[in-house]
Design a binder for this molecule. Structure first.
Ligand SMILES: C/C(=C\CNc1ncnc2c1ncn2[C@@H]1O[C@H](COP(=O)(O)O)[C@@H](O)[C@H]1O)CO
Length: 251
C-alpha cells in the first residue's frame, strides 16, 4: 500500500514517490523550463482536439454526403478511374456531396466526377511522408495530421460508403465502417462495393473462412452490397437512405 501525501493532477492521483516536487502552475510560470513539453502527448492532445474542431467546423453545413474510397494508385486511364468519376457525378446528381481522402487515383476520380457535375467535392487530406497534396478537383478541402480524426469525418458526415477497388488504406476504411455498423455505432449505413470481379473473392473469403469459423454472422456479410455499375451503387444508397428517412418519419 502506498501511504503519505496524495497529489491530484487533473484526473490523475499521485501518491508516494510519484508526487512531484513542484505544482503544474509553478512549472507553467517558470520560463526557465525547457520547451520539450511541446513534443509531449498532453500537448499533442490539443493538436488532435484542434483537428476535430476544424473538421467539424468545415463540414457542419455540408448537407447530405457520401464517402467514396479507393486506391491512391488507380491510373487515370483505368476502368476503376472511370467508375470513380461516374459514381462522383451520379452522387451529385442524386443530391449528395462527395467526400474522399483528397488524394490521387480513385479519390481524384470521384472528386473529378463530383466537381465537373457542379457539386460539392470534399477532400479530407492526410499528412503522409510521400504527400502529394489535395487533388485539383477538391473544392472543399480539410487537411489532417491524424488518421483517426480524419476517419471520424468520413463517417460522421456521410450517409453511406461507396468503395472502389483499393489496397490496405481502402480495406482499413471499409472494415472500420462495417465494424461500426456491426456494433451499431452507426445505423442504416449502406456500404456498397463497386466492382464485382475485384470484391467477390473477398466476400467468398468472408463467407468461407470468417463465417465458417463463427467469427461473423451471415447478416454481417449481407451488409456489404457488391455491385458492378455506378448506377446500381447510387440507386442502392438512395434507396437505403429513403428507407431510413421513412422509418424515422413520425406516424
Ligand atoms: C500512394 C500515393 C499517395 C497517397 N496519398 C493519399 N492521399 C490521401 N489519402 C490516402 C492516400 N493514400 C491512402 N489514402 C487513404 O487510404 C485509401 C487508399 O489507400 P490504398 O492503400 O491506396 O487503397 C484512400 O481512400 C484514402 O483515404 C501515391 O501514389
Amino acid at each position: 500500500m502506498t501511504t503519505g501525501r496524495e497529489y491530484r493532477k487533473g484526473a490523475t492521483t499521485l501518491r508516494g514517490t510519484q508526487v512531484p516536487g513542484t505544482t503544474t502552475d509553478a512549472r507553467l510560470l517558470d520560463n526557465a523550463e525547457s520547451s520539450d513539453w511541446l513534443h509531449t502527448d498532453p500537448w499533442r492532445v490539443l493538436r488532435i482536439q484542434s483537428e476535430f474542431v476544424e473538421g467539424f467546423g468545415a463540414l457542419a453545413e455540408l448537407g447530405r454526403a457520401v464517402s467514396v474510397f479507393g486506391s491512391a494508385r488507380t491510373p487515370v486511364d483505368s476502368p476503376s478511374y472511370a467508375l470513380g468519376q461516374e459514381v462522383g457525378r451520379l452522387l451529385v446528381e442524386a443530391g449528395y456531396a462527395v467526400i474522399t481522402g483528397g488524394g490521387p487515383g480513385a479519390m481524384e476520380a470521384a472528386n473529378k466526377g463530383a466537381a465537373d457535375a457542379g457539386g460539392t467535392s470534399v477532400g479530407l487530406g492526410i499528412e503522409l511522408p510521400f504527400e502529394n497534396g489535395l487533388n485539383p478537383y477538391v473544392n472543399l478541402g480539410v487537411n489532417f495530421r491524424y488518421f483517426f480524426a480524419r476517419k471520424t469525418m468520413f463517417v460522421k458526415y456521410a450517409e453511406g460508403y461507396v468503395v472502389l477497388p483499393g489496397g490496405f488504406g481502402t480495406l482499413d476504411e471499409l472494415f472500420e465502417a462495417i465494424t461500426l455498423v456491426q456494433t451499431q455505432k452507426v445505423t442504416s449505413f449502406p456500404v456498397v462495393l463497386l466492382g464485382q470481379e475485384f470484391w467477390t473473392p473477398m466476400i467468398d473469403w468472408l463467407r468461407g473462412t470468417l463465417l465458417e469459423h463463427g467469427m461473423i454472422s451471415e447478416a454481417d456479410v449481407q451488409r456489404l452490397h457488391v455491385v458492378d455499375s455506378p448506377e446500381e451503387a447510387v440507386a442502392l444508397i438512395v434507396a437505403a437512405n429513403e428507407q431510413r428517412r421513412d422509418a424515422q418519419r413520425p406516424e
